[in-house]
Design a protein around this ligand. Structure first.
Ligand code: MG
Length: 212
């Protein structure tokens, strides 16, 4: 396995929008409602919580760089997709899978770091459970002409624990499972998925990039 170097407690750059700083969850609401984020706030982390559901940023984004840190519980009585499942959706449409797939095989394009149902990571960069992982994601939105017709697919680069696992990958599917609908072309929120497991997140920030 490649040597992981998680990018932990990375400082948001000057132009970043801080989505979660350890205290304030006001950048988020519960998916499908106007309710404020109901995930558990503890020790500077937000934790997926029964009876809540996914959380979604209030703001929509086009091109951006996103930093997320996540921690997976050691769910020894679970396996496959039942073990530490969450996810980070790009523009509300494409899930970068979060899963404790350390020594826990699952199906194709279902493990941690996969573009869910579309592409496995180029390398396996997951750490054992109960350690902090980082995702540093660069997302380039789809492009549309003036009539709203899509002219270019979105592209994504993902660095997981310091290891590049997707390198400017063209995403050729309109969305992954569990995506949002009715979003404006080329714009969408970030979603943190609640899949029934108490996955922790911290230090979440995004740098919007002016599209050219
Ligand atoms: Mg998931």
């Amino acid at each position: 396995m490649a040597a992981q170097k998680p990018n932990l407690m990375a400082k948001p750059p000057r132009h970043a929008i801080v989505l979660f700083d350890g205290k304030d969850v006001s950048a988020w609401h519960q998916r499908g409602s106007s309710d404020e984020c109901k995930w558990t706030l503890q020790n500077g982390e937000i934790v997926g919580t029964p009876g809540t559901g996914d959380i979604v940023t209030k703001q929509l984004f086009g091109d951006y760089k996103l930093h997320v840190e996540f921690w997976l519980p050691n769910m020894t009585d679970q396996a496959g997709q039942g073990k530490g499942n969450s996810g980070v959706y790009q523009q509300g449409l494409w899930e970068i899978q979060v899963l404790d797939s350390y020594k826990n095989p699952t199906y194709k394009a279902g493990g941690c770091g996969s573009i869910y149902s579309f592409k496995d990571p180029d390398k396996d960069a997951i750490l054992p459970p109960e350690q902090w992982n980082s995702y540093d994601i660069t997302f380039r939105a789809a492009r549309f002409d003036k009539d709203g017709k899509q002219t270019e697919n979105p592209r994504i680069t993902v660095i997981h624990n310091g290891i590049k696992i997707h390198d400017n990958v063209e995403i050729t599917i309109p969305h992954t499972g569990g995506a949002m609908s009715d979003l404006p072309p080329g714009q969408g929120p970030i979603i943190l998925q609640y899949h029934g497991d108490p996955v922790h997140f911290r230090n979440v920030w995004i740098v919007p990039i002016k599209s050219k």
